[in-house]
Design a protein around this ligand. Sequence first.
Ligand SMILES: CC(C)(COP(=O)(O)OP(=O)(O)OC[C@H]1O[C@@H](n2cnc3c(N)ncnc32)[C@H](O)[C@@H]1OP(=O)(O)O)[C@@H](O)C(=O)NCCC(=O)NCCS
Length: 171
Amino acid sequence: MIDDLPSGLSARHLDEGDHLHVLGVLDAWWGGLKGAAGARERASLLPRLYFQHFTTTSFLVERDNGDIAAFLVGFLSQTEPGTAYIHFVGVDPELHGQGVGRTLYRNFFELVRSLGRHRVECITSPQNTASQTFHTRLGFTVSEVKPDYDGPGLDRVAFGIDLPSGPVAAP
Ligand SMILES: CC(C)(COP(=O)(O)OP(=O)(O)OC[C@H]1O[C@@H](n2cnc3c(N)ncnc32)[C@H](O)[C@@H]1OP(=O)(O)O)[C@@H](O)C(=O)NCCC(=O)NCCS
């Protein structure tokens, strides 16, 4: 499915059985960002419905022994027919900087392009500077901080990228 991952890793679409496994890695992979409030926020962002109804546009990367190495939860916008959305992405810290995140994004871009989408959007919290650098390196534009974007006290930064009309090269 994704043939350009580092050796020992393979990818497949998410399924419902992955739900608790993915929830189980969030705090460690996010490094406890924003403490207990951050942990509650992250868990609330991944209810089971994403593992039931958004599986065909979402990926799980596994090691040979079946351990989770990375995931990307994304979907096609129902409101904007040209847009796809990346809701959540995480890579095991042991694998950071090896291009796994970039590979997941590139494959998501190719998939949604094949489904008629030409724009990808996502958000992060202002405190997540690593995420902001990552998205900037991949060519996303970055908004100013949007206060209370996701509710009182839940400020966000928004990213967007227009996909090229030809083959999707490495962003
Ligand atoms: C953000 C994240 C997904 C990046 O994954 P990754 O596999 O390490 O990223 P890649 O190796 O593919 O890096 C792609 C580019 O982003 C840059 N980058 C990635 N993480 C970075 C960081 N923490 N600081 C600076 N640059 C970073 C890389 O240098 C690379 O740039 P370049 O090749 O143009 O020099 C990963 O750090 C992660 O899972 N973080 C915790 C969860 C999170 O914050 N998710 C995103 C918000 S929902």
